[in-house]
Write a protein that binds this ligand. Structure first.
Ligand code: HEM
Length: 528
């Protein structure tokens, strides 16, 4: 909109340009030089050619040419907000993590929600897993809980991640479909990977078409460890429970919403926070020890399994509130770098082979995406607590070490010698004995791929079960190869006979032989 001060300026050569407002800061080059004319390039004569001497023109175009950075290889489409975590129950007896010590204390947070498969410009209400990544700027460093809205994952070992994502993303010859599970490559990979069956039940459920980011659960997925001051560790699973409850749309609604407003979820989050209706989640933990872990039929290191809540109830220990919009989407939401390896004293990894692989992948990809190992210097990624180290130089270094010494040990005094290790406060990995010989194998304890898939399916209400059946028929009907459809149904037989029957009928297929199962699924499980 043009302000009252709209004016037409007659340039020297008789050309016309428009100035929308005459107040405000003076426009400058990135060197701070005031700009007299931003509408016309410098030319030899009124009709050109344009001169190379025009440093303002060159700087402006050069910078524009370099605006894009690679989008995330997964979770490219996302939306973030600032907020805080507040502790409501102390876990001081279980962990030395500073964030879990003092009830009532608030810790700054940044959260980014995302879809997984779609590109940066894809639609919000796709049938997809949602990322739920939380950066907590604690007093002892940044802790990133990089989770999803589904508590389990497709694969058990990170070495399969590139295959999973290649199969889910557009097919390489034709470049489609965009952000859809409904195609041959996806179901080919899934039906050849029985470990994904539990996750498949969740992604075909209403969970993957949430009504709003504010109405989704979040899960850390892996089993992590909490570690006390004496180095004693407990296992933990992290849960985020939305205060507004869990709500989804149905598929027909999703299709219409995507057509009418592809930004539905990001607009919803922006509008809610802008109007002071701050979204909130409870942080819940399931805590158990090694003895309890050994009593489960499955392996707690297997990310395709949940810990049933009736065995280990979720204990609420805090709340997460999102109360501040970003000032700039690119500076924060695009440049934020969540890394599973960002943990703090009092929290530790387990040997979950998916988590171990993630700990390499995020840092690696962020170097490519953000272009410099100094991405931790960006405001959204920098710790809020004091930090001091000897990492230096590289592109865009903004926090090089001060003083004479940039190595340690050194014999310079406190002023020149820089920071020192602290064996008491410092992060220490939990000591665990080695598990055996070096080998490339999947343990027996990871072999039951169907029992929890079944447990999830039978825990659904009849209408929810119908939605799962409808989704499977719809998605598989987009698969051209009958052998892939049939192979998928052969797995469903192990999950629920009626479901397999419904899907086979819906696809017009004869019921195939059940898939070969590594171990017989349990049929006497209670609903989860
Ligand atoms: C990005 C979650 C498994 C590699 C993300 C994001 C989330 C997420 C939430 C988006 C972060 C953001 O908003 O910026 C998960 C969960 C997993 C999982 C919950 C399983 C439990 C994996 C595995 C790998 C992987 C196994 C690789 C071995 C990546 C990469 C990115 C990413 C490369 C892009 C990061 C970036 O460019 O900043 N993941 N992921 N993820 N994930 Fe995962």
């Amino acid at each position: 909109e043009l302000s009252d001060s709209f004016q037409e300026n007659q340039g020297k050569g008789g050309e016309t340009h428009q100035v929308a407002q005459e107040d405000g800061a003076v426009l400058t080059t990135s060197q701070g030089v005031p700009v007299a004319d931003d509408q016309n390039s410098l030319k030899q004569g009124a009709r050109g050619p344009t001169l190379l001497e025009d440093f303002h023109f060159r700087e402006k175009i050069f910078h524009f040419d370099h605006e894009r950075i690679p989008e995330r290889v997964v979770h490219a489409r996302g939306y973030g907000a600032h907020g805080y975590f507040e502790l409501t129950e102390s876990l001081a007896d279980i962990t030395r993590a500073d964030i879990f010590q003092r009830v009532g204390e608030k810790t700054e947070a940044f959260v980014r929600f995302s879809t997984v498969a779609g590109s940066k410009g894809s639609s919000d209400v796709a049938r997809d897993v949602r990322g739920f990544a939380v950066k907590l700027y604690t007093k002892e460093g940044n802790w990133d809980l990089v989770g999803n809205n589904i508590p389990v994952f497709f694969i058990q070992d990170a070495i399969k991640f590139p295959d999973l994502i290649h199969a889910a993303k557009p097919e390489p010859d034709r470049g489609f479909p965009q952000a859809q599970t409904a195609h041959d490559n996806f179901w080919d990979f899934i039906s050849l990977s029985p470990e994904s069956m539990h996750m498949v039940m969740w992604i075909m459920s209403d969970r993957t078409i949430p009504r709003s980011f504010r109405m989704m659960e979040g899960f850390g997925v892996h089993t992590f460890r909490l570690v006390d001051a004496d180095g004693k560790s407990s296992f933990v699973k992290f849960h985020w429970k939305p205060k507004l409850g869990l709500q989804s749309v149905v598929w027909n609604e999703a299709v219409k919403i995507n057509g009418a407003d592809p930004d539905f979820h990001r607009r919803d989050l922006w509008t809610a926070i802008e109007s002071g209706d701050f979204p909130e989640w409870e942080l819940g933990v399931q805590i158990f020890d090694q003895e309890f872990a050994d009593s489960f039929d499955f392996d707690v290191l297997d990310a395709t399994k949940i810990i049933p809540e009736e065995l280990v109830p979720v204990r609420v220990v805090g709340r997460l509130v999102l109360d501040r919009l970003v000032d700039n989407f690119f500076a924060t939401t695009e440049q934020v770098a969540f890394c599973t390896q960002n943990i703090v004293p009092g929290i530790d990894f387990t040997n979950d082979p998916l988590l171990q692989g993630r700990n390499f992948s995020y840092l690696d990809t962020q170097l490519k995406r953000l272009g410099s190992p100094n991405f931790t210097h960006l405001p959204v990624n920098a710790p809020r607590c004091p930090f001091a180290h000897f990492q230096q130089d590289g592109h865009m270094a903004m926090h090089n070490p001060a003083g004479r010494a940039n190595y340690e040990p050194n014999s310079w005094g406190p002023a020149q010698g820089g920071p020192r290790e602290d064996p008491v406060r410092g992060f220490k990995s939990v000591m665990t004995p080695p598990d055996g010989d070096k080998l490339r194998i999947r343990p027996e304890s990871f072999a039951d791929h169907y029992s929890q898939a079944r447990q999830f399916y039978i825990s659904q209400t009849p209408i929810e079960q119908k939605h799962i059946g409808d989704a499977l028929v719809f998605e598989l009907s987009k698969v051209e190869r009958p052998d892939i459809r049939s192979r998928m149904v052969s797995h469903l037989i192990h999950i629920d006979a009626d479901l397999a029957d419904t899907v086979a009928k819906g696809l017009g297929l004869p019921l195939p032989e059940p898939a070969k199962a590594a171990v017989a699924p349990k049929t006497d499980l209670p609903p989860s």
